[in-house]
Design a protein around this ligand. Structure first.
Ligand SMILES: Nc1ncnc2c1ncn2[C@@H]1O[C@H](COP(=O)(O)OP(=O)(O)OP(=O)(O)O)[C@@H](O)[C@H]1O
Length: 317
């Protein structure tokens, strides 16, 4: 299927060995099709991408600050700019994903709360070409009350996503830092978990609990005959990598855990506080900050994710 792919004008110029000024002038004269996203100009190219098969993944860990939300935002942007149609669902009442994408005025009925209370998943909002968002706001926390009163509602999101899979290539669910009922409902909604891991002693220790929880979710889905595979955790994404020895030690422990549980590991993302602060302040993915080295890192993580999920996607077809 043909889709629009967005290439940063500066990157497009680089690829062709021409100066940014020349590319900018060509865009101004209408010689190349461009689209504006915030203050960034993109060249629009047509690409062939596989038809929407809707791989749904939950960004999951109870460990706070590991990078679930940043990763959902940045991988969502990365895949959308390659031409994949991506839906992000903010399942965290903190609503950082929603805020960071610049959505500030959100009503409770525009969030997943509407699904738990009324059985309807709200209409996604457009973020940029190929990228959509179901936002959150603080009252999404009330979904926990519904879930404790009506535990079977835990599968509501999974059911709603089944209907949406045909429309999107990827659905990324950003879970909250908890192992409670709302986090479980988010985890049960798709084809497995993407787990960002802070490269520290505490960060890798937290994985024991994540892997136990993941086994529980996988067992429930196996019993329903809706999931099978070696591990429900589909990818570890090491984050906050520093050059200090402690991060390397943590990576070695992560490698042992990953081997034992048969979970692939993505290339690590370096700790770059200034880049992530700038991304939040300007409501853009981190790839659109001044820190261009982070773009290559995110490309590497996206490649690994595609390698991990696409074969299963073919099988599930
Ligand atoms: N590689 C990184 N380098 C520096 N800062 C980062 C990096 N990745 C994420 N951050 C920052 O760390 C903070 C926590 O990240 P994020 O909110 O994505 O994690 P989370 O797991 O979703 O958190 P929560 O537990 O609150 O849901 C954010 O301020 C984010 O900008």
């Amino acid at each position: 299927m043909k889709r629009k792919r967005l290439v940063l004008l500066s990157e497009w110029a680089n690829q062709r060995g021409i100066s940014y000024t020349t590319a900018y002038r060509m865009a101004k004269r209408g010689e190349i099709p461009t689209e504006q996203v915030g203050r960034f100009s993109f060249v629009v190219e047509e690409v062939e991408v596989p038809e929407g098969k809707g791989v749904a993944l939950t960004f999951f860990t109870h460990a706070g600050g590991a990078g679930k939300t940043s990763l959902a935002r940045d991988l969502g942007y990365e895949l959308a700019s390659r031409g994949y149609k991506v839906l992000l669902i903010d399942m965290d009442p903190q609503a950082n994903l929603t805020d960071w994408l610049g959505f500030t005025e959100v009503e409770p009925e525009e969030t997943a709360l509407f699904l738990y209370e009324k059985g309807i998943l709200p209409e996604p909002k457009g973020v940029m070409p190929n990228l959509y968002l179901i936002p959150a706001e603080v009252s999404l926390a009330k979904a926990e009350v519904v879930l404790s009163r009506e535990p079977h509602t835990a599968f509501a999101l999974r059911g709603a996503l089944e209907e949406l899979r045909g429309e999107y290539d990827f659905i990324f669910v950003d879970s909250l830092p908890s192992l409670g009922t709302l986090a479980a409902s988010a985890a049960l909604s798709g084809d497995g978990l993407v787990v960002p891991v802070e490269l520290s002693r505490k960060g890798v220790q937290a994985l024991t609990v994540v892997l136990e929880a993941a086994s529980g979710y996988a067992n429930a889905l196996r019993k329903m005959r809706v999931w099978q595979g070696p591990s429900f955790v589909r990818l570890f994404v090491p984050n906050h990598m520093e050059s200090a020895g402690r991060a390397r030690e943590a990576h070695e422990v992560l490698e042992e855990i990953a081997e034992k549980w048969r979970v692939p590991i993505a290339p690590p993302l370096a700790r770059r506080p200034a880049a992530y602060r700038e991304a939040q302040a300007r409501n853009v993915p981190v790839q659109l900050t001044e820190y261009s080295e982070v773009r290559e890192e995110l490309k590497g993580v996206a490649e690994k994710l595609l390698e991990v999920v696409l074969p299963v996607q073919e099988v599930a077809k």
